[in-house]
Design a protein around this ligand. Structure first.
Ligand code: ADP
Ligand code: AMP
Length: 236
């Protein structure tokens, strides 16, 4: 199963990709996480990317294309992957297809998380992330058991620097402006699926499982995805 989770910041892509990783072992490849790690480590990539990220702009395609190409070549991606937040432009989508094709592989589908801007603002304002393992919470919708502490490792939760109100609005604008052509690319190619991302976490998870399990039940798309035997798991 080779999937892209696409959608605006705060739509819940990382939350869903994390569930698929935890329950089905699929690698969750999040370019935002990889870039933040590079910034923390002050690598060459991190130094080149940090100013774009601080402003909420996209990092140049070439930088992101290269880290994704290298990550997809790692052995754990051999049986499938979920890309979260990549591609984000038409050019990135084309590069991804070419890179997979050169390895004799293909993207099954892109799942577009659809959601209104006002819901995104509430989600991003309340998002908290574990400072050690990166697990994502929400102060209201997905609170940790102990306030301010990660359920997994007890480390303090923090707010992302780009989750302030002005940068959030800018990032949503960037998504609406640049990602449309990419969505049309997948739609034209019958590889676009759509999930209503305003519903509870478990419902969205089950819908995506349904896309994979029973392609004929999909109502929003006529993309073809091979069934892979994923079973819905217990409620979150
Ligand atoms: P993305 O990866 O698309 O930027 P996240 O997965 O980080 O989005 O989710 C953004 C915020 O919304 C987080 O605080 C997360 O806990 C919360 N969240 C995710 N999915 C849902 C949902 N279906 N309903 C309510 N809150 C959600
Ligand atoms: P995210 O964690 O997906 O919200 O991404 C955080 C930031 O990382 C974005 O605002 C961009 O600056 C950068 N970024 C992540 N993925 C990409 C991508 N595919 N293309 C360009 N920039 C990206």
């Amino acid at each position: 199963m080779n999937f892209v989770f696409a959608g605006p910041p705060g739509a819940g892509k990382g939350t869903q990709a994390g569930l698929f990783h935890a329950r089905h072992g699929l690698p969750h490849i999040c370019t935002g996480d990889m870039l933040r790690q590079a910034v923390r480590d002050a690598t060459g990539l991190g130094k080149r990317a940090s100013e774009y990220m601080r402003r909420g702009d996209l990092v140049p395609d070439a930088l992101v294309d290269e880290i994704v190409r290298a990550r997809l070549a790692e052995p754990d991606c051999g049986d499938g992957f979920i890309l979260d937040g990549y591609p984000r432009t038409l050019e990135q989508a084309r590069v991804l297809d070419a890179s997979l094709a050169s390895a004799g592989r293909r993207l099954d589908a892109a799942v577009l998380f659809t959601i209104r801007d006002d819901v995104l603002l509430t989600r991003l304002a309340g998002r908290r992330v574990c400072s050690r393992c990166g697990m994502t919470y929400h102060v209201e919708y997905r609170p940790p058991r102990a306030a301010g502490r990660c359920d997994v490792d007890g480390a303090p939760l923090a707010q992302r620097k780009d989750d302030d109100a002005d940068t959030i609005r800018h990032r949503i604008g960037v998504f609406r402006e640049l990602t449309g052509p990419m969505v049309e690319y997948y739609r034209a190619d019958r590889r676009l699926l759509q999930a209503n991302a305003e519903r509870p976490i478990q419902q969205i998870y089950e819908e995506i499982c349904g896309f994979i399990e029973a392609p004929e039940q999909r109502q929003h798309s006529r993309a073809r995805v091979r069934p892979i035997g994923i079973r819905p798991a217990p409620a979150v």
